[in-house]
Design a protein around this ligand. Structure first.
Ligand SMILES: Cc1cc2nc3c(=O)[nH]c(=O)nc-3n(C[C@H](O)[C@H](O)[C@H](O)COP(=O)(O)O)c2cc1C
Length: 248
């Protein structure tokens, strides 16, 4: 019996829910914190796609930013011999990409930014990312309702969305998560004159009144993650399908 025939028989006897769709969604997290809100929200998006997925944590890799040397123009490969080359190949092989980051000083974190810049080799003369669905997952501490603060969440989304737009990708949406003010965990949050707690939450706010924020306790974010996963599946044409859509 040929391998293809064997696979077809196996697929047809599996219950619908257990069949895996042969389309790969890559998730990349720039959060350095282990199992962070950013990581967990990204995983929720990936799970909701119903597709085969891979989740990469940039903290586990060494990746320099782009040197703007244009050494990748003819080869579509970066001249910097670090993990950025393998990560770029993962993005090239993926059918969809979800980029997750947090927002130090109100913009996308530097690991995520370096990763985005290192995708530049995939642009020249081919546009390897063009047409692929993509999304953003952004964690930030500045409450959005306080319009005196920089719009950190939106700045993070913009960084991912504009990359995807400029590469001709199909940006399908974003998830915003209320993350932790570092000063809630640092021990000096209620006494340090530089504490971010009163700056973000008002003069009467304390470590206890602000507390620890968790993705799972934010129903709007949880729903947005599910929705983003579904939108990616829809864009890939895999929504409600339970058999292989193509072989890689
Ligand atoms: C150095 C540093 C600077 C930060 N500056 C901001 C900021 O300007 N605005 C903001 O919304 N959050 C800021 N944050 C908070 C992070 O966005 C927050 O810790 C984020 O929720 C972390 O997500 P994670 O738990 O998934 O790693 C800062 C965090 C760090 C470590």
């Amino acid at each position: 019996m040929t391998l293809i025939l064997q696979r077809l028989i196996i697929i047809s006897v599996l219950p619908i829910q257990e069949r895996k769709i042969k389309v790969k969604v890559l998730g990349v997290s720039g959060s350095p914190i282990k199992n962070s809100n950013t990581d967990r929200a990204l995983k929720a998006v990936l799970d909701a796609t119903g597709c085969e997925t891979e989740c990469v944590k940039l903290m586990d890799y060494t990746i320099e930013p782009c040197r703007a040397c244009l050494g990748c123009v003819k080869t579509n490969t970066c001249v910097i011999k670090d993990d950025g080359i393998a990560l770029t190949e993962k993005a090239k092989a993926a059918d969809a990409l979800v980029i997750a980051g947090f927002t130090p000083y109100s913009t996308i974190d530097s690991r995520t930014k370096a990763f985005i810049e290192r995708l530049y080799p995939l642009r020249h003369t081919h546009g390897f990312m063009a047409g692929k669905p993509g999304g953003a997952v952004i964690t930030f501490a500045a409450p959005e309702e306080n319009d005196m603060l920089p719009p950190a969440g939106q700045m993070g989304i913009n960084a991912v969305q504009f990359y995807m737009m400029e590469e001709g990708m199909n940006f399908v949406g974003a998830v915003k998560i209320q993350g932790n003010v570092p000063c809630v965990k640092c021990v000096y949050g209620d006494e340090c004159k530089m504490s971010g707690i009163p700056m973000l939450y008002g003069p009467d706010a304390t470590v206890d009144s602000v507390g620890i924020k968790s993705f799972e306790e934010q129903p709007v974010a949880v729903e947005a993650a599910r929705e983003l996963g579904h939108k990616i599946a829809e864009a890939l044409g895999t929504a409600n399908k339970a058999i292989d859509s193509h072989e890689k």
